[in-house]
Design a protein around this ligand. Sequence first.
Ligand code: SF4
Length: 405
Amino acid sequence: MNKEKSGIKRRTFIKMLGAAGVGSVASALNRPVVTDAAVMQVDTRSFGSTGVQVPILSLGTMFDTGANQLLLRQAVKWGVTYWDTAQYYNRWGSELGIGKYLAKFPEDRKKIFLVTKSSRRDPGGLTDELNDSLDNLKTDYVDLFFAHGVSNARNELTTEIKAWAEKMKSKGKIRLFGFSTHSNMERCLSHAATLGWIDGIMTTYNYKVMTTDKMKRAIDLCHKAGIGLTAMKTQASSSWGSTGTQTPEGMALTQRFIDKGLTKEQASLLAVWSDERIAAICSQMNTMTILKANTQAAVDQERLTASDQRYFEVEAQATAANYCAGCTATCQGALSEAVPVGRIMRCLMYSRSYSDHYRAQVEFRDIPGSVRDRLTAFDYSKAEYSCPQNMPIGRLMAEAVAELS
Ligand code: SF4
């Protein structure tokens, strides 16, 4: 394996930092509001070849939707009517809160493209979880049902699951079927494109992964196969927390977009929307402020220039060792024992980048104790050697034990 990593050229960076300007602090808030918030409406795109149009911004609901009914109401008003949930989001609270909303506003059900998920891979388990979700959501169908967190599509997307999806469609309980993936995404996408029965996929997709040849090819295969694509993890948050924005390259990137009247978060969304093959971005929007900022970015659709894109590329190169790219087959395959490295990296990301320590702890404690207890005893040298991002895996596993046990 080629261990040489492409790094930023110092001269190029200094030139860019100068262009960004350290003196100019024009606030993103001073940007002229192009669209009146009272009337703004999010655009739609075709969801693959399914014949369905979806809003380009999807409401990720991994929060207490029951206590945020006004946010749901506002999302509908702005056309953010693609809602993404799962049973375990907020420990059933997300689905139950959406159910509470739909019971109060049943006329909104047909406006909403509703997605839920199950981690089960057996038909009986999938049926049980789908029925539970329908009960929670106070609806008799979901628009799209995902097998959640697929990391090995070849093994997990079996003919049994295909038959189950067809049966549920014929019963009218689901309209479309697909999966979500944040591990080995490129392989999962490429395999799905060959199957002919996957309607939609939600995948990690952001400025740090979208420029690799493997990912470009995988997205292209799915697009050609007519699969509707939703991007998630579009902020490219790291397992280290906010260190990405503290590098000179991260600061230059942030300043670049502040000067244009955009936050870095909005610009990261625009970078993904610039790929027309992506139907929608799923973003966790648990406050009205985030919902409004993301909706404005979706409505304004400021075009990023080639120079803007270059800032993203430079930051991505400079912070590669901050970012776990989800290629778990690489590091986990290099270990002699089954260690869920990718899952633990995500726990650290939730705690450090999303400030959601509770969720990180819950997910970390879901890992069998027999594995957790031995995390600091494993030898990670082969995994670290194989990691294309040069992640210090052993150190991060030890930090996860210290912070999340
Ligand atoms: S730790 Fe490295 S090899 Fe493992 S999933 Fe993350 S980036 Fe890939």
